[in-house]
Write a protein that binds this ligand. Structure first.
Ligand code: NAP
Length: 282
């Protein structure tokens, strides 16, 4: 079984961005500027945000972290985002999710201008994706497509299944796969007989947020499985798929950790670069 590692793919994205940066130096443009808005003190979010800052440093991007307290009101977050929308020096804005329970993440994400929407989560960005006209798409989903390209995984004329329909992973991935001419079945918590559907799939993408929920043998023999899930258990990190017995059953699978994870940050940098170029060139 081939282990589909994210690091070499993420490295190739970093190289692509570094090449694009030469234009910024030549034209004496300000470096791409990403602002992350973090509300409250979620330890996992703090780790992700520090990885994002490190990635910006590595590329010499400008990175700003705006921290708001757990008690921030909807109006506080809205005002912060509106200010960033107006700030000409800011290319890309990411509202770190999840937000504290009293805040409505869909409503607040919508405040971000689409031309600064680093994770492609506003309705305008999602609509553009559905129309095949997106500038950027959700970092995790776009990162998975990069992995398919890097590892030459063909999805045309294959039976492809996505499990999970969240706006951040499953649904954008479904649309990106359609754009790749895959014929895609999208499953969710109300789908009956998912395991039967999986037994027919050549390539399966799993993003349900439930640790070790699927067994390798739930998939067709010889299938390729992309596990998006990531969970911190007392015994360590794991995905939505239990990798036990994957080796003799699947042809390829992403490890957790080290599979899809590194792609999310790499694509956040790529999306920031795309938005920065749009802002410079129009
Ligand atoms: P989410 O918002 O909770 O969505 C989960 C989706 O899975 C929903 O569409 C839900 O269906 C579906 N689902 C739940 N239980 C199911 C079941 N038993 N059978 C079939 N479908 C089921 O989660 P998310 O934000 O998409 O994240 C999914 C996983 O990916 C999580 O583990 C998350 O940590 C991980 N993730 C990883 C990265 C990364 O960088 N590696 C990035 C983002 C997310 P309904 O719509 O019917 O409720």
């Amino acid at each position: 079984m081939i282990e589909l590692k994210g690091k070499p793919v993420a490295d190739s994205v970093f190289t692509e961005i570094t090449n694009q940066l030469t234009l910024f130096t030549e034209k004496k443009w300000a470096m791409p500027h990403l602002v992350v808005v973090l509300v409250g003190e979620n330890p996992a979010s703090e780790v992700y945000v520090s990885h994002k800052e490190k990635a910006c440093q590595k590329l010499n991007f400008k990175s700003t972290l705006v921290k708001l307290p757990e008690t921030a009101t909807e109006s506080d977050v809205r005002q912060t985002l509106e200010k960033l929308n107006q700030d000409q020096s800011v290319d890309a804005v990411l509202l770190q999710l999840p937000l504290p329970a009293h805040l409505d993440s869909k409503k607040l994400t919508e405040v971000i201008y689409p031309n600064k929407d680093a994770d492609g989560l506003t309705q305008a960005s999602l609509g553009a994706l559905m129309a095949g006209q997106q500038k950027v798409a959700s970092c995790t989903s776009a990162g998975i497509i990069k992995m398919l390209e890097f590892y030459n995984i063909n999805v045309v004329n294959k039976k492809v299944v996505v499990v999970g329909r969240s706006l951040i992973v499953g649904l954008p991935l479904f649309h990106l796969l359609l754009q790749k001419n895959a014929t895609v079945t999208l499953c969710h918590s109300k789908t009956e007989n998912i395991k039967q559907v999986l037994q027919d799939a050549d390539v399966a993408f799993v993003a349900i947020g439930k640790p070790n929920f699927f067994k390798a043998t739930d998939f067709k023999k010889g299938a390729t499985v992309i596990d998006v899930g990531i969970h911190r258990l007392p015994e360590g990190l794991c995905g939505d798929v239990n990798p036990e017995s994957a080796a003799g059953h699947l042809s390829a699978m992403t490890p957790v950790p080290g599979g899809v994870g590194p792609m999310t940050i790499a694509m956040l940098m790529k999306n920031t670069m795309t938005l920065a170029l749009e802002n410079r060139i129009g």
